[in-house]
Design a protein around this ligand. Sequence first.
Ligand code: TXA
Ligand code: MG
Length: 377
Amino acid sequence: MASVWYLGEVVPRVVVPWLSLLPSRPRPAGAAGVGAAGAATARSDGAATADDPAIAEAVRVLRGGGLVAFPTETVYGLGARALDPSAIARVFAAKGRPARHPLIAHVMDETGARALAAAWPYAASILARAFWPGPLTIVVPRAPHVPGAIAGGADSVAVRAPAHPVARAILAALGEPLAAPSANRYQSLSPVTAAHVVKSLGDAVDLVVDGGPTTEGIESTVVDVRGGDVVVLRPGAIDLAALRAVVPARLHHAEPPADGEGRASPGMDARHYAPRAALILAGAGDAERAAIDARARPGKDGAPAKVALVVRAEPSAAIDASFVVHVLPADAKGYERSLFATLHAADDAGCDVVVVEAVPDGDAWLAARDRLARARA
Ligand code: TXA
Ligand code: MG
């Protein structure tokens, strides 16, 4: 009903807020938040944009129990009213996600987060003040009025105040928290543009608010503070060094899973974040050989496989123009920002195989290592 026919395919309605059309301005020095490089950094006050027709339409659809995909600074989220169990059930159905996988509740600020928590540990205050609005998600005890469905039945709730001006405009105009997992089908690659949302979810989403490409390009870091210490459940856009600077003594994290292994925390299956193409993770120095070998695999219609090669330095002459080559930034932050967009591009180019050169060891690369370990075939 909410969808329209376009070139023979059913697609959801896509609206563009005014603030995404404004030229981006650099953030003021010292402003909280992230990513100066993206499109929609023009305003962050939210409240002043409630008269934007795209924001008003998003709120109308959400109040009617619908699903609205919207940009955050990390990835696009699939939003639904967090306190409405039937809207939450629709999120799980649209994603094809098992009910035990909990969702993040998005709020404007620490006050909004505390309203969803049964207790607010000291570490939560320290972290919220250091990183919000921004890409940090904090798991705290769940208040009784928050539906258990959002937490996959657990007695906790994950909260985050996003920095993206479009996300903030929607939250401000709605005046309630929004449950929002990444706006993709279960186990597939997170969307970093509105087009990626449409590709993954089709008309399972009622409305897509297009705020341009996201700036962080990878999901938020998820931490659990219920035990007093800060336990990293999912590495992400806030790296360990940044966390350690704020909570030096109390930080715990684990390495990404070895092949085929799951993880204790809910919703962290080993296989996740996968492109359609088969992803091969090649040791440093072996990537070109692996790409050449991958060509011997059968591709579509019996032709040799179409192979993408994702590296951090120009390849040698052995890699000719028949390969799709992506040279990503050599620094961890720059690499993270372009990783998902690159994997989407390889899928969109019809690649059968993506060979990715493994990333370095060390804390700075933890989030990229985690996503690649889960994305591989
Ligand atoms: O950057 C992000 O976090 C994006 C944007 C849209 O905010 N959202 C996102 O949501 O990545 P999703 O649902 O794809 O991932 C949520 C993560 C999962 O790893 C889940 O296990 C964890 O947060 N999580 C959510 N609630 C939790 C809870 N109560 N306890 C433990 N982990 C939780
Ligand atoms: Mg996700």
